[in-house]
Write a new protein. Structure first.
Length: 275
């Protein structure tokens, strides 16, 4: 087991295991408090803006949950934010004499077979969510994972825990930004809302909200239907991500799990540490 050390105390059994999901918009942190029926138990959640860290708030949170030593398991799709997190951890370690280890989570740490052209190029967030979903799906069932974030992914896992790939499209905030950047008159709509949009939109902004809201709903529903056709088994559908409200109520029997990616990172931490 290889660790990159900020500082090290290998004998301290009071080390707190911290999971980090580093995304394009947010860095989501949680403490791995235990294992129940093969799934990680998470507590003491804390979020950071990926582009504007609250270093003081992060230090206060870290010293509250890990006053002696900490071990970070970091899964990142945004290298700049991951490096900023590691730098912040190092600063706290030096200033507060906190013993810290850090481990980058790779696809090889996850107990799932990746059936894509190059597993190294699949987002670790997609694989972590798929791993957790494969554990939560009923026996002999496959899984469909919908992750609505800066980008939206709809991924398929077979009943024998193979990640089969999926589809990726822009999320609501990115679609709004692309419309503003690609035109001279359309504004970037920052408040897209979490309720069903109104059609027809009676202003430019409300028309954009309707187009993005119904467009995302339609795209995700169609992708879920297409995914169901590709697996020779019943499937359980899981929904996660900060923009998951956009498709709430559109897919029957979907299981909404905001910590699905963190749970997958927790499974990797369990595998790595032998917990």
């Amino acid at each position: 087991m290889m660790f990159g050390d900020v500082s090290e105390d290998t004998c301290d059994d009071r080390r707190t295991t911290i999971l980090a999901d580093v995304g394009n918009s947010m860095v989501k942190l949680a403490v791995l408090s235990g294992v129940r029926q093969g799934m990680p138990c998470l507590e003491d959640h804390y979020n950071l803006d990926s582009h504007n860290f609250d270093c003081e708030g992060f230090e206060n949170w870290l010293m509250t949950v890990a006053s002696v030593s900490a071990e970070f398991h970091i899964a990142s799709v945004y290298e700049t934010a991951a490096t900023r997190l590691e730098t912040s951890v190092a600063a706290v370690s030096a200033a507060r004499k906190l013993s810290v280890r850090k481990q980058r989570v790779l696809f090889s740490h996850l107990p799932i077979e990746v059936m894509t052209e190059d597993p190294r190029h699949v987002g670790i967030d997609r694989l972590a969510a798929a791993t957790a979903a494969s554990r939560l799906a009923l026996p002999s069932h496959g899984a469909i994972v919908i992750d609505c974030g800066t980008a939206i992914s709809v991924d398929l896992v077979s009943s024998d825990r193979q990640f089969l790939g999926g589809a990726i499209l822009p999320g609501p905030s990115l679609l709004s930004r692309l419309l503003a950047d690609g035109t001279s008159l359309l504004p970037e709509v920052l408040s897209l809302g979490d309720t069903l949009p109104v059609m027809p939109g009676r202003s430019t902004s409300s028309a954009i909200v309707a187009g993005i809201g119904f467009g995302v709903r339609g795209a995700v529903c169609r992708l879920v239907d297409e995914a169901r056709k590709k697996v020779d088994a019943e499937v359980d559908v899981f929904l996660t991500g900060g923009w998951r409200d956009t498709v709430q109520g559109e897919i029957p029997s979907v299981q909404e799990l905001p910590d699905l990616v963190l749970s997958g990172i927790g499974i990797a931490a369990i595998e790595i540490s032998g917990l």
